[in-house]
Ligand binder design. Sequence first.
Ligand code: PEP
Ligand code: MG
Length: 588
Amino acid sequence: MTHVARRETAEIMVQGMSVSPGVAFGTVFLMKTDEEPVVSRSLQPDAVPEELARFAAAVDATREQIQTIQRNVREHIGSHDAGILDVHLMVLDDDVFLEEIREEIRERLHNAEYAVWMVSDRYIDALSRVHDDYLRERKVDVKDIARRLLRYLGGRRSASMAIIPPGSIIVADSLAPSDTALLRHELAGGLACDFGSPVSHSAIMARALEIPAVVALHDITCRVVPGETLLIDGNNGIVFIRPTAERIKTYDALMDRRHRLRVDIVNRVRGMPAAMTDNVMVSLRANIDAPADIDDVIKYGGDGIGLFRSENIFLRDGRYAGEQSQIDVYRAVVERMGHSPVIVRTLDLGGDKMLPDTPIARENNPFLGCRGLRFCLTETDAFKIQLRAIATVAVYGNLKIMYPMVSDVDELLRANELLRGVCENAGLAVPAVGVMIETPAAAVCADAIAPHVAFMSIGSNDLIQYAMAADRGNDLVSYLFQPAHPAILRLIKITVDAAAANGVPVGICGEMAGDPVMAPLLIGLGITDLSMVASSIPLVKTVVRSISMTEARALADEALKSRSGKDVQQNCREWLKQRVPDVYELIG
Ligand code: PEP
Ligand code: MG
């Protein structure tokens, strides 16, 4: 008797880690991001016409795909960005390039995949060696085209965001921030990933876009097939493969209740000040990735932008943004924010945020390598362009500059010197400068940094990663990612004390600032300037309006005496449950 392998049809529940709340139900769009190796095959001469036809079809399909992406980008992001894809189309229409590939197939009897790979590699190599910056950059376009052609020839459609059917549940091994930067709510109903952790940059972006997401599902990409149904419970970190009708009904009711509760909270605090019960005012600002995020900042009543992760405008295109396009972006943000402060963080590349073809793309320990300000101090031309663009826009509003990943005061002094030089040459005023405190070295030496800056902002995501020596994107060590750990609370306290002693304001813009459980503790530690994903503002404001400074200080004093981060976390959760039950239920 033959046994026929059948796909399971029963519902399966998979437990992962919650990174973005909410419930999503839809069909699977499978997206594996790992590249397959290119295989070389020798053709029989009579197979050549067929191989040439296969190559021609790949070129046509790739052209069509890029035109679709271009239409989408034009509609949703802007015509300037859409224009960038013209260069891709030019590569595809370059007859010399195409003919060289055809020659490899015709004369040397290589299969189409290998011919594409060989010829594009030759071009990339030649372009890498030219001196002209613009031409050198074109290797990125050749690389991208080659990747798309290879994906088509390998029978796999490119996992471009532009071809995702609306409302899909994206299932991926992991998502790079550059992938997530292209996600839009209409397309991605939800996200489920094999790998990841709550503070990876992709998770942060999913939260900003309010896309329910679960990560650390280990093998979800192997357990689903495209088109089958998936239900994501982003609050509890659970995914149901092929959910039953009953399950969907239960979740429908739950979603409905949560939605009503959230709308209630949002409406209740709209237009209200973030004032504690003893009238101490707290500033609740927003973290953004692009000008499009300002809609949410206004909707949720943010007091300005505490963190604009400017590198995302570079990552979206996979290349440096030119000076004018940076000016356009910063100006769009500043003008919409009126008099409210806007803090533009300078390029934070490195770590998990790579631009293709930069030297740092090949580091062994990228999070400990040439990241953030370190990178900018080696790529000074790009850094100066960004500094000048920010300084140019500063006249239109309340714009400030913030350097990421500072470990040593000398780095800050060198950056300030470059900024002064750029402003002097261009006849511009020097904007206010601040630093992120996100390395233990910066926290411990905050007293040495403070005299040279106008403000400091604690980047708790990285501060926790570096203090606990636990990769923020690795779910295997995410148990160490404890915001309330004594090591973290003490580093925050050292920073706050150094800032106060020097009369420098200090805020926080890591994810912990937007966590309603952690916010009272941070305020009690002396931080009354919190910056977070815009959708968290109403929840944190509700918490702020439910507590006095005296109470918050008592919570913080108690926490500083504790030796266990888990105990502190539990106490803070208990406080929230008792005092602000509706917010507690929502984040549950
Ligand atoms: C941080 O590290 O806390 C931070 C806000 O920066 P990012 O998450 O972009 O590294
Ligand atoms: Mg950081």
